[in-house]
Design a protein around this ligand. Structure first.
Ligand code: HEM
Length: 494
């Protein structure tokens, strides 16, 4: 089938094997399904699609609803950066208009249009996004980094004496929620129940509606409180922004920000920690100073973007993309996972990307993620502080036993069991340090304090900094000076 011969919405459903055909598992029109047995390993499927169709491939969503998946790096960028050709308003999607998408479609939470900035276009998008980015610009990044450090210390304190933990439920899922509750202005709402509710709502289990309601109740209370008496937090700045958001719009955007931040950053933390624990080359590069923690996070954003695909973009007119004829009303999946491994930009997937930020994990164009610096800060500070505290951390199960929960939108590590020598708790107000009890030689050198005792409380921190070692080899005195300056910068929240 040549690209010119096919059109997604023009596919004749009777021309291919019948649905569920066991011969090759293809759906109507001979198209691959992004669900069911054909899609057990989506990464493999994307590569097969790339071979068969090139950088843009026709596929089927649940109920055999047609869609394009964009596999090329350049084509994904073109998609998100061409608002005159493609928009995020699902109401123009032909299968939706023609009734092919049933109300109980599993992707309906992503498909249904909502009055939020991620679905809006043009002036309305600018109005809503201006309120979000305006409120974000008031966040003090120094104090945010201090909050992240403090919450990391608290989370590690909760399990450090036991010598084992599961880093997904006990760390990766908690840290973003704790930080976001603080940023939004509702630190008192952060607890186990809030984390469970967000996880449950996003998983779409039977209790998802109740869990979603629990989160929305907290956000409604916060909106009412801040409307009556604004404070200096994200929610107050969202409410008082000249864009004039209604209470409903405020609540919807708080929900968008909280869920986007929670899900994406929890995935990023778990993925980055998994890479450090299971890939010897990765850890050796960190230990040897050839890679810093922020570079490791960036590498993880290339290799395992927290959102594998984003539903969706829709053609406003007939167009051509990656050699395919796109018809007005066609839907396209923006796809960071296959886009980031496009052989045209990454011929050698094992190569260290050295902090290169041109991956697709945060999208691009008018809808590019406005919270990326917050996501990166949570991951950088959280991973660095955790590894500094638990310098002898190692995986507590065979790597093959690790399990993921996958959907078209993301791949979420279910558990990441780890072991380490039990450590004493630390003062959460101080920078993390490697523990001196029990004495041992640390293999983790990002925080270089592994032979020093924990710092005594005082006005000036004496522990060495939880920062990456210099990538370039340097003379010892100069390096010490750099580390000290870095410590001061970290402590000030720079
Ligand atoms: C590692 C963490 C994160 C990743 C990987 C991520 C990724 C993304 C992606 C892929 C998009 C869609 C871009 C597009 O449609 O082209 C997006 C949009 C968005 N993200 Fe993030 N995100 C992260 C963290 C955050 C955080 C921490 C916040 C808020 C504090 C946030 C708020 C948003 C919002 C409001 C949008 C919608 C923007 C718009 O449509 O104009 N994200 N994000």
């Amino acid at each position: 089938m040549t690209p010119e011969q096919q059109s997604l919405t023009g596919t004749d459903p009777t021309s291919g094997p019948p649905p569920g055909c066991p011969a090759h598992g293809l759906g109507p029109g001979g198209l691959h399904r992004l669900y069911g047995p054909d899609a057990e390993n989506l990464d493999d499927l994307y590569e097969r699609l790339r071979e068969e169709h090139g950088p843009v491939a026709p596929v089927l969503l649940h109920d055999d609803v047609p869609m394009w998946v964009v596999l090329g790096h350049a084509e994904n960028l073109h998609l998100v950066r061409s608002p005159s050709q493609y928009c995020r308003d699902s109401r123009i999607w032909t299968p939706l208009q023609e009734g092919m998408v049933k109300p109980d479609h599993p992707l309906m939470p992503h498909i249904a249009w909502q009055p939020i900035c991620s679905h809006a276009e043009g002036d309305e998008h600018q109005r809503l996004r201006a309120a979000v980015t305006g409120a974000m610009s008031t966040i003090d990044h120094r104090s945010m980094r201090r909050h992240i450090g403090r919450h990391t210390q608290e989370l590690v304190n909760a399990f450090c004496e036991r010598g084992r933990a599961d880093l997904v439920p006990q760390f990766a899922e908690h840290l973003p929620m704790a930080v976001m509750c603080e940023i939004l202005g509702m630190p008192e709402e952060y607890n186990d129940r809030m984390v469970q509710a967000a996880r449950d709502a996003l998983k779409g289990t039977e209790t998802a509606i109740e869990s979603h309601g629990y989160v929305m109740d907290a956000l409604s209370r916060l909106t009412t409180r801040r409307r009556a008496r604004p404070d200096d937090d994200f929610t107050s700045h969202l409410i008082t922004h000249p864009a004039g958001l209604s209470d409903d719009e405020v609540r919807e955007h708080l929900r968008l920000v909280l869920f986007a931040a929670y899900e994406a950053t929890a995935n990023l933390l778990a993925n980055a920690l998994r890479m450090v624990l299971t890939e010897p080359g990765f850890r050796a590069q960190l230990n040897g100073g050839q890679m810093t923690v922020p570079e490791a996070i960036e590498q993880s954003l290339w290799d395992e973007p927290p959102f594998s695909t984003v539903f969706g973009y829709f053609a406003k007119q007939d167009a051509e993309l990656g050699g395919q004829r796109i018809r007005k009303g066609d839907g396209l999946l923006f796809a960071p996972a296959p886009g980031n491994v496009d052989p045209r930009v990454r011929p050698d997937l094992s190569a260290n990307m050295q902090g290169n930020r041109s991956h697709l994990a945060f999208g691009g164009g008018p809808h590019e993620c406005p919270g990326q610096d917050i996501g990166r800060a949570i991951a950088d500070v959280g991973v660095d502080a955790l590894l500094t505290r638990l310098s002898d951390i190692r995986l507590d199960c065979p790597e093959e036993d690790l399990r993921w929960r996958s959907s078209i939108a993301s791949r979420h590590l279910v558990a990441l069991p780890v072991r380490f020598e039990p450590k004493p708790q630390q003062d959460v107000g101080l920078p993390p340090s490697a523990s001196a009890v029990p004495p041992q030689r640390s293999t983790w050198q990002v925080g270089t304090a592994h032979t020093d005792p924990a710092p005594a409380p005082g006005p000036r921190p004496v522990a060495p900094p939880p920062v990456p070692v210099d990538p370039a080899p340097a003379a010892e005195p100069a390096r010490r000076e750099t580390l000290w300056h870095r410590l001061l910068r970290w402590w000030r929240g720079d």
